[in-house]
Design a protein around this ligand. Structure first.
Ligand code: FES
Length: 93
């Protein structure tokens, strides 16, 4: 597997994590998307895993029996909001 051109493709484009790095994380014992994320930082980029999460899940599914696959926990990206949006424009709280 190592050195193969297909292993050089980016699975996580935001963090520039290659297929080879994901496979190494799985070989290192990652059994969940979070486990791969901790080992490689895949899924921690600008899109917060929207692009790469499914690809990583598919790679995990190919290496694990279905009973060992756990759905990823997802936190939505944080967006700043002005307090005014919650108080209907009233400044006094
Ligand atoms: S592609 Fe992985 S975090 Fe964006």
């Amino acid at each position: 597997m190592t050195g193969s051109p297909e292993n050089e493709i980016y699975i996580c484009r935001c963090e520039e994590v290659t297929r080879e790095e994901i496979l190494a994380a799985i070989a290192d014992g990652a059994t969940t998307v979070k486990g791969v994320k901790i080992r490689t930082e895949a899924g921690m980029g600008l899109c917060q895993g929207r692009t790469c999460r499914r690809l990583i899940s598919q790679m995990l599914a190919r290496t694990r029996p279905p009973s060992d696959i756990y759905p990823p926990t997802i936190r939505t990206p944080v967006r700043t909001a002005k307090i005014r949006e919650y108080t209907n424009g009233e400044d006094d709280l």
